[in-house]
Ligand binder design. Structure first.
Ligand code: HDE
Length: 700
């Protein structure tokens, strides 16, 4: 049994197997011991023959310590290696008992413990957070009838239609095997070679080129179960379902140039954001939404509901919001929990079932298989983060690290030792698969109903605002400009001609590609009369306030106390946070002599780390900072990234030094003349960006 450490500076304490308590070295501090419980006299010096002589093999303490260290690493996940997790709960707000008998969906107000791990896909464990990539959104729900994992992404569709293509897709996306670069990037020949040869990827690639792939933080992104699943009611009837997680704080992404810079300034940007939000009590929250539909709808829908490259627009099948997911506790230990958590798509509970989506069926094999490799054996379910919180009972035994072997003589079923009646146990509540009818010839064949690869890519495109369309076009140009093989660039543009002629031309122009390549051969023509789905746009689903966002305020020694306080209060009042950026982090005072602590030094806190910025230097401070290159970058970037900039009078010379001449001042550069302006400024920041500026600062 583990006990909480006395303080985070001490090694963890464990009571003995027999519950014996610890020897103490005086006070509350436990004696350090080996793994065998032997008290250690000296943990700083190896056993040697003489003070300068050779180390001795018999030093069992040294050998145990080094041996354990040597074995600290386990294989990182083959995909989604970089991730960050937190604990929380799911609370039911609308009973789904009408369509589903899963225990978790029966009682409104009841909370179910949850663990969530967010991740990037392509990068290694140590890669940066704001790379262009899909984000994993994996949720483990510890229900009273077993663990249910919804292993989703922040994008509702996937690149491929059949699981057998997954190793190829992942190989192509990750570093090339001969050179082992690029790291965590899709901007390279192999990725674009593969996707341009796999037209089914066109839809998802549109999402990956959109700002969905550079979220501002995990807190501001949606999650999707992607596949169509089934809900089963108490009578055994099935309803199809797609799962959605909707962030309470609205959607938000960063811009690409910002993403590149954040990766340098703070490669842990998303982790830090989640850590800071949860540890400061601003618990991130999502609503669980379900799209429910039946066979009649599935038959009438122009796309196959089993095809994971297709979504069902919310405007066609509305989302019913049935619960909320709140993350309110960081892990005690990253390795024990976030690294060892083992999500498996096959972890479902009574009332939930799979469909014949070929990607989902393949995943049901892969996840169990990969956990066994990664966590070293079949008993990874014994690790506390993976164990159910409800009682469990079976006769599985042995294997590496077995912790739950059956007690007593019976380890098989049926048996007459543990069962008065002797027969095998049966449970009325036990998991029963939906008895779907199955027929057909055994063959390797892609269904013809999966053949439309362009219509939904177009649907996505026409659902974006012009700003978002520009970002998508620019992302294609950026990525394909990193592709060295002209034929791959051209092949990609040939697909885009089915998505949108303007997009194809824009990308070709940006690449200097002429003439425009012929459209790729399409198995199916694009569906006519597609209606935009506003739900697919980030900007149409953004926040309407600065809640949960961060303001960076540049201050210098002697900063005006009243203005600073007014800004801080205005941000705090709507649940945002503030960081101070200054020439030194310590030794600062405000105008009333109150000591101030800055969170960042000016060269360590670039404006890319903030949602909006304010400049409150003193006249003297501004005179010094005007010569500081990182100060100029701070302002120039905030401006180029279309952020709101508040400033006092003294900051005028800083704006000028950053090249922000009076004619460039727009409604996003806001004078803070008195404390009265603070509230208005923070309200304005709720729009997050002045997108109209973006067109003015980019000329190519
Ligand atoms: Fe995964 N995926 N995946 N995936 N996936 C893994 O499992 C796989 C797919 C997703 O935070 C692996 O534990 C196959 C779709 C997330 O621990 C592995 C296919 C979606 C995570 C695996 C897919 C996902 C993974 C690697 C194609 C969104 C991270 C390590 C058929 C719906 C979970 C691991 C975490 C992780 C296989 C496609 C989401 C190898 C074969 C589609 C969020 O088992």
């Amino acid at each position: 049994m583990s006990k909480a450490p006395h303080s985070s500076a001490l090694p963890p304490t464990h009571t003995g197997n027999g519950g014996e308590t610890h020897q103490t070295a005086g006070g509350d501090v436990p004696v350090m011991t080996t793994q065998q419980g032997v008290p250690v006299a000296d943990d700083q010096n190896t056993l040697r023959a003489g003070a300068t002589g050779p180390a001795l093999m018999e030093d069992f303490h040294f050998r145990e310590k080094i041996f354990h260290f040597d074995h600290e690493r386990i294989p990182e996940r083959v995909v989604h290696a970089r991730g960050y997790g937190a604990h929380g709960y799911f609370e039911l707000t609308d009973s789904l008992a009408d369509v589903c008998h899963a225990d978790i969906f029966q009682r409104v107000g009841e909370r179910t413990p949850a663990f969530v791990r967010f991740s990037t896909v392509a990068g290694n464990k140590g890669s940066a957070d704001t790379v262009r990539d899909v984000r994993g959104f994996a949720v483990k729900l510890y229900t009273k009838q077993g663990n249910w994992d919804i292993v989703g992404n922040n994008i509702p569709v996937f690149f491929i239609q059949d699981a057998i293509k997954f190793p190829d897709f992942v190989h192509a996306a990750k570093q090339a095997p001969d050179r082992d670069f690029p790291q965590a990037q899709t901007a390279h020949d192999n990725f674009w070679d593969f996707v341009s040869l796999s037209p089914e990827a066109t839809h998802m690639v549109m999402w990956a080129m959109s700002d969905r792939a550079i979220p501002r933080s995990f807190r501001f992104m949606e999650g999707f179960g992607v596949h169509t699943f089934r809900l089963i009611d108490a009578q055994g009837r099935s309803t199809y379902v797609k799962f959605h997680w909707k962030p309470k704080l609205g959607l938000q992404s960063i811009v690409w140039n910002e993403a590149l810079k954040i990766n340098g300034a703070d490669p842990d940007f998303h982790r830090r954001d989640l850590w800071q939000a949860i540890t400061s009590g601003h618990y991130p929250e999502w609503e669980l939404g379900v799209q429910l539909f039946d066979d009649a709808f599935a038959d009438s829908f122009p796309f196959d509901i089993l095809d994971p490259t297709k979504l069902i627009p919310e405007e066609v099948v509305p989302i019913r919001r049935v619960g909320r997911l709140v993350l309110d506790r960081m892990v005690d230990n990253f390795f024990a929990e976030t690294e060892q958590v083992a999500f498996c798509t096959q972890n479902i509970v009574p009332g939930i079932d799979f469909t014949n989506d070929p990607l989902l069926q393949g995943r049901n094999f892969s996840y169990l298989d990969t956990q066994t490799k990664r966590l070293g054996g079949p008993n990874f379910t014994h690790i506390p983060i993976n164990a159910p919180k409800c009682p469990f009972h079976n006769f599985q035994q042995d294997g590496h690290m077995a912790m739950h072997n059956p007690k007593g003589r019976a380890n098989y079923e049926p048996n007459s030792w543990s069962q008065p009646a002797g027969g095998p146990r049966e449970s009325a509540d036990g998991y029963r698969s939906f008895p779907a009818e199955v027929s057909g010839a055994k063959q390797r064949q892609r269904s013809d109903s999966f053949a439309d690869h362009y219509s939904q890519a177009r649907l996505f495109w026409i659902s974006q605002t012009p700003v978002e369309q520009t970002h998508i076009r620019d992302a294609y140009i950026f990525e394909l400009s990193k592709v060295e093989t002209p034929a791959i660039r051209a092949r990609m543009v040939s697909h885009l001609r089915h998505v949108d002629e303007g997009l194809a031309k824009g990308v070709a122009h940006g690449l200097g590609l002429s003439p425009l390549p012929e459209p790729a051969k399409a198995a199916r023509p694009v569906v006519e009369g597609l209606k935009p789905s506003p739900a697919l746009s980030i900007l149409r689903n953004g926040p309407d306030s600065f809640t949960g966002r961060k303001l960076g305020i540049v201050v210098t020694d002697g900063v005006d106390h009243h203005m600073l306080t007014a800004l801080r209060d205005a941000v705090a009042a709507i649940g945002g946070t503030v960081e101070l950026i200054a020439p030194t982090v310590g030794g600062l005072k405000d105008s009333t002599g109150n000591p101030l602590v800055a969170q960042q030094r000016i060269n360590g806190g670039p404006s890319v780390l903030y949602d909006a910025v304010a400049l409150l230097p003193t006249v003297e401070g501004a005179n010094t900072l005007r010569h500081e290159a990182t100060m100029r970058d701070f302002i120039a970037d905030a401006y180029a990234h279309a952020k709101f900039i508040g400033h006092n009078d003294a900051a005028e010379i800083l704006l000028a030094a950053a090249g922000l001449h009076p004619r460039m001042r727009d409604e996003g550069v806001i004078a803070l003349e008195g404390t009265i302006d603070a509230d208005r400024f923070v309200q304005t920041c709720g729009a997050l960006r002045l997108w109209a500026r973006e067109g003015r600062v980019h000329t190519i």
